[in-house]
Design a protein around this ligand. Structure first.
Ligand SMILES: Cc1ncc(COP(=O)(O)O)c(C=O)c1O
Length: 377
């Protein structure tokens, strides 16, 4: 049997995808409002990505597990130019990037606490589950719970970090600029201002998990809006347009310097950063700066306008939004009605319905979504 992951498999099967449409085995074709699970930023069957996937020159060894190659170096230069982070480590999943980032800081500041936020989601390996802010996920990890401290993004949370930091007991704080699984909750600016003040006063690092936020706020990094820059950034999901597993850990000079002192960190895996994967990430950057960001701004305006028109309160930013349906059951019912009666496919995230579309979704689809939602509430 295929063992279910977080929950039982739904009754439907998806058999195809084109642009923003998903085809189901019962003949339905629905507008996908969440770009797969937030990774198909440019939609399905995008010709430019398919061209690279079908090019025999893309399919050659090595991955960065074995040795360096031209594409990895070129991608490193693009990332440095576009994000300001000069160094990169490659992995194959968001969870893998988070594990790498957390182990990196743990090796730089051994034995200290790793702080994360309630309602955060950082992935499904042992480290990432323990860093996630949901009790049932932390229970599923065997990593020692007392290494990880979960706090609220509040004044109280800042107090807790301050208490530990004054005793030099914090290695890092890991957080998403917008909590995707947490219903597109935007981390408040005041909390961030206090957090960065504490970082200036004490010796700990800040990891931004931008695996879901990547590009969706209209900037490569949502943390660009933060009062100061994080030390490490994790990227995944949409960076390859969703067409190949690759994730990145971006780091500052300071992190690399420590890294070189400590020596080998033992990261990476067999399929990390093949020439194919690197080419797909480079294409993502090219498309974003050609007209992707313009499209993101247009869709984002359209989301705000439709939400306002239908008097629905939005959480999130840009094309990373959610609507609070009140209860998990209401969100599930709304999701089913949207699919059955309006041809719109959405996945409930707890009591929220998230709207994290690909750039193939149109303003018409956005308006249909809000109009349908206001009629079912
Ligand atoms: C913010 C965030 N971090 C990490 C992950 C884990 O990524 P992956 O499923 O690629 O391991 C996710 C997945 O949804 C995520 O949203």
């Amino acid at each position: 049997m295929v063992i279910p992951q977080y929950w039982e498999f739904p009754p439907y099967r998806i058999i195809g995808g084109k642009q923003c449409y998903l085809e189901f085995d019962d003949g339905r074709s629905l507008v996908d409002l969440n770009s797969g699970y937030w990774q198909y930023l440019f939609g399905y069957r995008h010709e430019d990505f398919l061209k690279i996937l079908c090019d025999p020159d893309s399919h050659r060894p090595p991955s960065t597990f074995i040795s360096l190659h031209e594409e990895a170096l070129t991608l490193n230069a693009i990332l440095a130019d576009r994000t300001g982070f000069p160094h990169v480590q490659f992995n194959t999943s968001g969870s893998g990037a988070v594990d790498t980032a957390v182990r990196m800081v743990d090796q730089l500041r051994p034995g200290r606490k790793i702080i994360s936020l309630r309602n955060a989601f950082h992935g499904s390996n042992a480290t990432a589950l323990m860093a996630s802010g949901f009790g049932f996920m932390r229970k599923a990890s065997f990593v020692k719970a007392d290494t990880f401290v979960m706090i609220e993004a509040s004044e109280e949370g800042i107090g807790a970090i301050g208490n530990l930091a004054r005793k030099d007991e914090v290695s890092c704080v890991i957080l998403e600029p917008i909590q995707g699984v947490g219903g597109c909750y935007v981390i408040p600016h005041e909390f961030l201002a206090d957090l960065f003040r504490l970082r200036r006063e004490h010796d700990f690092l800040i990891i931004a998990d931008e695996i879901s936020t990547f590009a969706r706020t209209g900037e490569i990094l949502a943390s660009k809006e933060w009062p100061s820059s994080p030390d490490i950034v994790c990227l995944g999901k949409g960076i390859s347009g969703g067409f190949f597993p690759i994730s990145l850990v971006l780091a500052t000079d300071e992190v690399l310097e420590h890294h070189q002192k400590v020596g080998n960190f033992f990261y990476g895996n067999t399929l990390a950063a093949t020439p194919l994967a690197c080419k797909l990430v480079m294409l993502t950057f090219k498309l974003l700066f050609e007209n992707g960001f313009t499209r993101i701004r247009t869709l984002s305006d359209s989301i705000e306008a439709s939400a306002r028109k239908h008097a629905l309160a939005l959480r999130g930013r840009g094309i990373m939004c959610a609507i609070d349906l009140g209860t998990r059951k209401d969100a599930e019912t709304a999701s089913k009605t949207l699919a059955d009666d309006f041809g719109l496919f959405s996945i409930p995230e707890g009591r929220y319905l998230s709207l994290m579309p690909s750039l193939e979704v149109t303003e018409r689809h956005i308006e249909d979504f809000f109009s349908a939602l206001s009629s079912v509430r």
